[in-house]
Design a protein around this ligand. Structure first.
Ligand SMILES: Nc1ncnc2c1ncn2[C@@H]1O[C@H](COP(=O)(O)OP(=O)(O)OP(=O)(O)O)[C@@H](O)[C@H]1O
Length: 657
């Protein structure tokens, strides 16, 4: 898909989207989280881009919700669905569902929704979902024990770009490489020309190193999995609790993750742990070994009767306190035993391997002295040896684990994506259950027909909402008593049509409607308008009635914008303009009689009828009666008084209605 062709995507956003691993897939899946990973693209913008891509795919450039009130109802619908999501991802994904007039768009959402409605939102899955989030890229890790080397300046720049984790060094010859091998545990030479180079240390000539970053810098993959461990484990649990087919072998994933520490190092390898502990404890072990030797020697000296010949004694006195010759002659065996005990201590406490023990053997050597002293050079050699072995072991463990994880990289992304998408489905399932929804059907040009519609937007608890049946073809007035439910009926019609055209289930027993090109819903004005605002409103209706075919028009008490006489004429005029067009319209009004009188055609009137007054309270049949001018509240009260009192005043008054 040409990115710039997506509505709302300019050159800058298109460039940002091209930075994604797979922009096509992200756009196709409406994957808001993936889109938001493009540099500079916020989540809100990602939602717009995802929607734009959907519109483009369905050739759907219309805007169905056309007025503020219609937009509010759309926001309410989105809110009801979002209230039932667990993850932020799903909440954002819900925003990509929008009311459309495109049959293919509505059908494609409906097919997803149909499956979603059968899903079981079990508490374990919802709990597991709480830990799932889109995968993140960890910050670049610095790898200090390895370097890349090349003699080629271009290759150098390429390497710095491809593997920012590792230092890249310029070398001219084998001597430079040998120099590097003394500072780094591993040197990876990028140039073929160095093949066969024989230098000490771990030097690898790997001309393909930049093409195989998984092997060159396994730390990258390990850091990715370490950073995303909790998300992956939560996604794995979601698959298990929900009985979903996972994109990868969950046992293999768990096993690989269990070998990985939070900082991306590999854990659970005994040999590596032995070497790491040996490096850390080396100085302490040597110190203790010295004490062991000295204690041994001290005890031996204490128990020894030393006979000194006069000549020796003289030379001792003359030369100062030179006891070593005495020591070597009189206590040679004890001295050897003390050094052996010291060496054994180092070897045993550090659990040294035979090769390492050989080096350890040189720590306590040399001329006899008391106290015994260690050879710092030998300690340092052992340290170098152990450190190199530890680092090489770590590298090879990383390589092995990274190789295992490499196969899981793509499936892991799918695993998390599938879990997050399940959250979207479960939100739809819960919405459908909570409000006893059905999937609506569509018919061409038939207005709408709702059976048993119950609006979740009412100010009463959902179980107390009375079902409403209402069907309209063409334009009609809706009359009725105060608080009978006229506004609520308009809200219900708007909500059902908006949800239906989003492809979502609707809160009704049954619903059939046409795919409206536009939904114009005007809320009741809060009072009469001044001349300017009145003019603006009138010109808005002028635009509305010009080419109204395919539109749904819902208007609540337009009469409140100006004085009743003028209002009736204006509403009659609007209805006349709509008559003969293929529009569906419901005008709620208390002036139905006056509008009918003012109109030059037979205006249809529906009515929400009060069944009667019980204890001063209206009992209402919430479903509008077709072709029925409902009695108003004042008329009902006059009628009640006429009945109860039988006085002419009330009878005469009733006559006037
Ligand atoms: N289907 C319903 N089920 C239960 N209660 C309802 C239903 N419809 C409306 N109501 C209740 O009636 C109240 C009044 O409804 P609404 O505002 O829609 O009446 P109205 O006919 O537009 O009134 P008015 O003529 O005063 O503007 C609502 O706030 C709600 O409490």
């Amino acid at each position: 898909m040409e990115l710039e062709a997506i509505p709302g995507v300019g050159a800058k956003t298109a460039d940002a989207l091209r930075e994604l691993d797979d922009p096509e897939a992200a756009l196709h899946n409406g994957d808001v989280a993936a889109i938001a990973r493009a540099p500079g693209v916020t989540h809100g913008r990602a939602v717009q881009v995802a929607r734009g891509a959907i519109r483009k795919r369905h050739d759907d450039d219309g805007r169905v919700v056309a007025t503020d009130r219609a937009r509010e109802i759309y926001r309410d619908a989105v809110g009801l669905l979002q209230d039932r999501t667990v993850t932020d991802y799903a909440a954002q994904r819900i925003e990509t569902f929008y009311p459309s007039a495109s049959p293919s768009r509505i059908e494609s959402v409906q097919s997803v929704v149909e499956t979603a409605m059968d899903r079981d939102p079990d508490p374990e899955t919802l709990e597991a979902l709480a830990g799932v989030e889109p995968l993140v890229s960890p910050p670049t890790v610095r790898v200090r024990e390895r370097c890349l080397a090349t003699a080629d300046a271009e290759r150098y720049a390429e390497a710095e770009d491809a593997v920012p984790e590792i230092s890249v060094e310029i070398v001219e010859d084998g001597r430079d490489v040998a120099e590097l091998a003394r500072s780094y545990a591993t040197v990876v030479v990028l140039d073929e020309s160095f093949a066969g180079l024989d230098v000490e240390g771990d030097v690898r000539v790997r001309p393909d190193a930049l093409e195989t970053p998984g092997e060159t810098v396994p730390e990258r993959l390990l850091a990715f999995f370490a950073e995303n461990r909790d998300r992956l484990l939560a996604a794995a649990s979601v698959h298990e609790t929900a009985g979903m087919e996972p994109a990868c072998d969950l046992a293999a994933l768990r096993d690989a993750l269990s070998r990985l520490d939070d900082d991306g190092t590999v854990i659970g390898d005994e040999e590596h742990e032995r070497l790491a502990v040996a490096v850390d404890d080396l100085d302490a072990a040597v110190g203790t070994a010295e004490s062991v030797a000295n204690d041994h020697l001290r005890d031996a000296i204490r128990e020894q009767d030393v006979t000194i010949e006069g000549q020796d004694f003289l030379s001792l006195v003359e030369q100062g306190a030179r006891v070593d010759s005495l020591l070597s002659r009189e206590l040679a065996d004890e001295y050897d035993a003390a050094l052996e005990a010291a060496t054994d201590h180092v070897v045993d406490s550090l659990r040294l391997a035979p090769g390492e023990a050989e080096i350890a053997d040189r720590i306590f050597r040399g001329d006899p002295t008391f106290p015994v002293e260690h050879d710092e050079d030998a300690v340092s050699r052992l340290r170098t040896e152990l450190t190199a072995a530890r680092d090489q072991r770590a590298t090879s463990l990383k390589e092995t684990l990274a190789a295992d994880l490499a196969d899981l990289r793509e499936p892991a992304a799918d695993l998390v994506h599938d879990a997050l998408e399940r959250d979207v489905e479960l939100a739809i399932a819960r919405f459908a259950r909570d409000f006893e929804c059905t999937l609506p059907t569509f018919a061409d040009g038939d207005g709408f027909a709702i059976v048993g519609g119950r609006s979740p937007l009412l100010d009463v608890d959902f179980p107390a909402v009375e079902p409403v049946d209402y069907a309209v073809e063409g334009a009609t007035l809706l009359s009725g008593v105060n608080s009978g439910g006229k506004t609520s009926t308009l809200d219900l019609v708007a909500l059902v049509t908006i949800l239906a055209q989003m492809g979502m289930p609707v809160p009704a027993e049954r619903a059939r409607l046409e795919r409206f090109e536009e939904i114009h819903y005007y809320a009741k004005s809060q009072g009469t308008l001044d001349a300017g605002a009145f003019e603006a409103t009138l010109s808005e209706f002028g635009d509305l009635v010009a080419g109204a075919s395919g539109r749904l028009v819902l208007v609540d008490e337009l009469e409140s914008i100006t004085e009743p006489g003028a209002s009736a004429k204006i509403i009659a005029g609007i209805l006349e303009a709509l008559e003969g067009q293929d529009a569906t319209a419901v005008f709620v009004s208390h002036l139905a009689r006056e509008i009918r009188d003012a109109a030059d055609f037979d205006v249809a009137v529906d009515g929400i009828e009060a069944v009667g007054l019980v204890d001063g309270e209206l009992r209402v049949n919430r479903s509008p009666q077709t072709d029925h001018l409902a009695r108003s509240t004042p008329e009902l009260i006059v009628e009640k008084l006429a009945d109860e009192r039988g006085e002419t005043f009330y009878d005469d008054l009733l006559e006037k209605f």
